[in-house]
Structures are given as C-alpha cells and as structure tokens.
Design a protein around this ligand. Structure first.
Ligand SMILES: Cc1cc2nc3c(=O)[nH]c(=O)nc-3n(C[C@H](O)[C@H](O)[C@H](O)COP(=O)(O)OP(=O)(O)OC[C@H]3O[C@@H](n4cnc5c(N)ncnc54)[C@H](O)[C@@H]3O)c2cc1C
Length: 501
C-alpha cells in the first residue's frame, strides 16, 4: 500500500510535533509554514549583537524523571541541551524594596514565606503541603484521551485517584482568591502575580512541584534553537517543510478535507489535513465558518484567550552578577502605575538573562520586559505608522527610566532597544488577538481533565492541534497535542502508534 499523506498547517511546536510523529508512523507529511523559520511563538530574533528570546522561561519535562521528557526526547529537542535550574524561579519586589523570593526548593520557600509572614503560617502550611503532594504525581500522558477506552479510564481513576482528588479541590480556587487568605500585604498582592490571577491554584501547585523536582528548567541557547532542534528531527525523519507558505483556504470536498490552497494560488492535496495554526483563523477563515456547531461557537464566544503582550527587549552593556538568576523573571512594583494601551500596570515584569550568556556578547546582558495589554488599542494604533512607532518609543523610554531607578546607571548602558506589540505577535504567528498562549484556564471557564475537541462537525479527515485545542497552552501541551492527533489518525488507519527515539 502506498503511504498515506498528511498536510500540516503551521510549523510551531504542535505542527512540528505532528509532523515528527506522522513520519515515525509511516505517513508522508508536509508542513506549510507562513513564516520563514520554525517554532511559531517559540522563537528568538536577532537585534544587533543580541539574540532576543521570545518564549521559554521554563520547560516542563527538562528532566528524565518527568513524563514530558520522553516526548521531548522523541522530538530530538532535549538531547545534549544544557538547562538552568535557578535557585529562585522568580521574585517580587515591592516599592519599598521588600522582596518575596519564589524559591524553587519547597523547604526553602516555606522557610522564606514564614519569615516574611509569620502571621500566615497556617495558610502557608496548607499551600506548601499541597505542593509537596504534587511532587509525587506523574500525570499520565502516554495515551491520547481520544483513543482511550473505558478500561484506560478506569485504570486512570484507580491509579491517579489522589491526583484527581487534589485537582478537584484546587481547580476550583483561583490564585487571586487564594491570595486573599494571606494577611501579609506583600504576599497577598504578590500571589496572583506569579501566573495569571484567574488561573486555578492547580497550575501554581504543579509548577512549584516541577520546579522543586528540577523538572522545569530553562534551555541555554533559548527558544529558536530549541524549535530548530525539532525541525531538524522532523527533516531527519524524512518530513518536508515549506516556509513563506501561507495557507488561505482548506479544501473540502464531500464533507472531507482534501488539501489546502496557499496565498500564491497553488493547491496541495493530501489524505488528511491537520491545522496546527491559530484556531479562530482555521475555523472562521480557512474553513469560512462552515464547520461550526454550538460547542465550537461556545468556545470562541465564552472562553478567554491569554492577553496579548507588549514585549520590550534591551541589550545592556553590563553584567548582572549581583542579581539572583530568575528564569521566571522579577516583578518590580512601581511607585505610580503606568498605562500600556488601556491597561494599568502596577509592576514591571523583567527578565534579566544573566543565566544565558549565549544571548548577548561577552560582558553584556539581554533584558526583556513583558506587559499584558489589550488587542483593540494596538490594532487601531497600527493603522497610523507614525503614532504606532512613537508609542513604541515612549514605552521603551519609560522602561529604561524605570529600570534605571532599580539598577542605577542602566540608562547609559542600553545599546539595543526593541519593542514587539500584539500586532507583531499577530503578524508573525497569526494568533487570534495576538494571544501569547491560547485559552486561559480559569475555575469558571474550564476544568482540568476536560478535553477540547480536535475535530470539527461534518468534516472528515481533518484535525486540529496546538494551543487552541489545549486550554492553558504552553509548549508541552502543544507537543503532546501533535502526538495525540497522530494517535487518533493511526487508530483510524488501524495502525499501531509507534515512536522512535
Ligand atoms: C513571551 C512568551 C513566553 C512563553 N513562555 C512559555 C514558557 O516558559 N513555557 C511554555 O511551556 N510555554 C510558554 N509560552 C507559550 C508557548 O510558546 C505556546 O503555547 C506554544 O509555543 C504554542 O505552540 P503552537 O504550535 O500551538 O502555536 P504557535 O506557536 O502559534 O504556532 C502556529 C504556527 O502556525 C503558523 N501559521 C499560522 N497561520 C498560518 C497559515 N495560515 N498558514 C501557514 N502557517 C500558519 C504560525 O506562523 C506559527 O508558526 C510562551 C509564549 C510567549 C509568547
């Protein structure tokens, strides 16, 4: 039998992953990527002598103990890679210089929190005990839920009962709700800032558990190098990738996806089509909204995407050896809030890459600052080139001034400035409203364990992969989603799903 063919739209982590597993399972796959490089959001870009990193702060699965490690290994992403496990994942500094250090080691974190806020020892105990419990859990990811049977489900419930019980309890509490239980003003305010305030506590508990287990490190060399390793793996498995190839239409015949049309007018056909591109564009543009039902409509009407970012990068002629390494960044409280778009910012969320010398020339350091902002403001502003550029300059000036207050002398040492806005993210990756991670998960919108459909109504031989079908987003779910889709296709083709290391 000739091998069956698969077209994959998008060469981000999900698309590359789908491609790798497709090749491992004897399909002929082709990825069409509109950008000129792989990785999608998992990227870096050159500015003068600096490499601006645009993504990874922590990679779940960096350690062989972690279940995600196997996936990264199969994708060739992790072999030989050096990881940094910072003593502090992050830190939050209030305007008076008081600091809440997010130590990766739980015992150290517990001691520190109790020193900072002895009055909160009870709630600290509750939090730390829950994190300790999570360090023992290994969530099952080997088999896609879509191909799991009743027996698998029963096995899951029996073997993972303690984990499911934990999820049940903590999924219903958001970070900001839990933060209110602290009396210490610093921890109370800082707690929701560690991730997204509306995230369920489960994310926080699992994150600290991964950090404690040294299972979520920062890969030296940054995000593009990481993506390129998967691209190389894909090519070495015989996969084909075409860059600067924007898909404008998914071809459908008799209720079956049969191929794609590119912006240059060419058409390409295959037995299956997987879209690992933006969800909204896939459903409402490439398929012209012809394959939606109430469930799909409900996702796009009610779920909340991660907000878009203004991402300021600075190349600074200075080392920051005296500043603790924090791959998750430091949040510096501002004496008076600033406005980015229409969103008030009370903190400056800075990443000082003093843990990755490959991003800057000798003796210099890359700094990035992330602001969550609103899409509509930037979309409108982008219509006027002059105003848009001026606003970017204004923001860069503000960031330099504020950082100079914290690190005196910095303003004179800045030799590279770069500002990416929500429209930059949209232009380069096509993500809906410039979102940086797909759907947010909140206690009210999505329960962990619930699976989002990867198919569309009345459309055969078509699947979706990536952050828009994995609420909560992130690199491991993107990679897993490409793998899971291939398990679904293998099942349909009555093939045994296989992986090669
Ligand atoms: C600043 C930042 C920090 C982050 N930090 C972390 C972190 O520390 N850890 C973590 O796990 N995650 C992190 N993330 C999230 C993570 O990067 C994403 O969730 C993940 O990369 C999504 O991968 P994806 O393949 O699903 O989507 P994408 O990366 O969006 O890939 C989609 C691809 O499809 C292409 N495409 C779109 N439309 C078309 C079309 N019409 N035709 C052809 N190609 C098309 C795009 O160009 C893109 O390459 C971060 C993201 C950002 C922006």
């Amino acid at each position: 039998m000739p091998e069956k063919s698969i077209i994959i739209i998008g060469g981000g982590i999900a698309g590359l992953s789908a491609g790798c597993y497709g090749q491992m399972n004897g399909f002929r796959t082709r990825i069409f990527e509109m950008h000129k490089k792989p990785g999608g959001l998992c990227t870096s870009w050159k500015r003068q002598d600096y490499l601006v990193d645009g993504c990874i702060h922590w990679l779940v699965g960096s350690d062989p103990q972690s279940n995600f490690y196997k996936i990264w290994e199969e994708l060739g992403a992790i072999q030989g890679r050096e990881f940094v496990y910072a003593e502090q994942y992050g830190r939050i500094e209030d305007a008076d210089g008081k600091t809440f250090n997010l130590y990766s080691n739980i015992d150290r974190l517990e001691r520190h929190m109790k020193e900072l806020a002895p009055e909160d020892h009870k709630v600290i105990d509750e939090f730390i005990t829950a994190v300790r419990r999570c360090t023992r859990f290994v969530s099952p990811i080997e088999k896609a839920p879509e191909v799991s049977g009743l027996l698998d489900m029963l096995k899951l419930i029996i073997t993972q009962f303690p984990l499911l019980r934990m999820l049940w309890k903590w999924n219903r509490i958001s970070l900001s709700e839990f933060g209110k239980r602290f009396q210490s003003p610093l921890i109370r305010e800082a707690f929701p800032l560690m991730f997204m305030p509306d995230f369920p506590m489960t994310f926080m508990l699992m994150t600290f558990a991964w950090l404690h287990n040294r299972a979520a490190g920062y890969p030296v060399g940054g995000s593009l190098e990481f993506s390129r390793a998967i691209e190389q793996r894909y090519r070495s498995l015989g996969g084909e990738i075409q860059y600067r190839a924007k898909v404008v239409k998914i071809l459908v015949e008799n209720g079956r996806a049969v191929g794609i049309k590119l912006a240059d007018g060419t058409e390409h056909r295959a037995d299956y089509v997987i879209s690992a591109a933006d969800g909204h564009a896939t459903i409402f543009d490439l398929l012209e909204g012809k394959h939606v039902d109430d469930t799909i409509r409900d996702y796009y009407d009610t779920l909340i995407p991660f907000p878009p970012l203004v991402y300021v990068s600075l190349g600074v002629n200075r080392k920051f050896n005296d500043v603790p390494q924090c791959s998750g960044g430091m949040a510096i409280q501002l004496r008076s809030p600033i406005m980015i778009g229409t969103v008030e910012q009370k903190y400056l969320n800075a990443h000082i890459y003093n843990f990755d010398p490959t991003l800057a020339p000798e003796g210099r350091t890359l700094l990035t600052v992330m602001f969550q902002t609103d899409y509509a403001y930037w979309k409108k502003l982008r219509e006027n080139d002059e105003l848009y550029k001026a606003e970017k300059e204004r923001i860069a000036d503000i960031v330099v001034t504020l950082l100079d207050r914290r690190f005196p002398g910095l303003a004179a040492q800045v030799e590279m400035r770069d500002v990416a806005t929500p429209t930059t993210f949209e232009r380069y990756t096509g993500n809906w409203k410039g979102s940086f991670e797909g759907w947010q998960v909140t206690p009210n919108t999505w329960s962990i364990g619930k699976v989002m459909r990867k198919t569309l109504p009345n459309l055969d031989n078509f699947y979706m992969a990536g952050q828009w079908v994995e609420p909560g987003g992130g690199l491991p779910p993107a990679a897993m989603s490409g793998r899971n889709v291939m398990q679904i296709i293998c099942k349909k083709e009555r093939k045994k799903f296989t992986t090669i290391k």
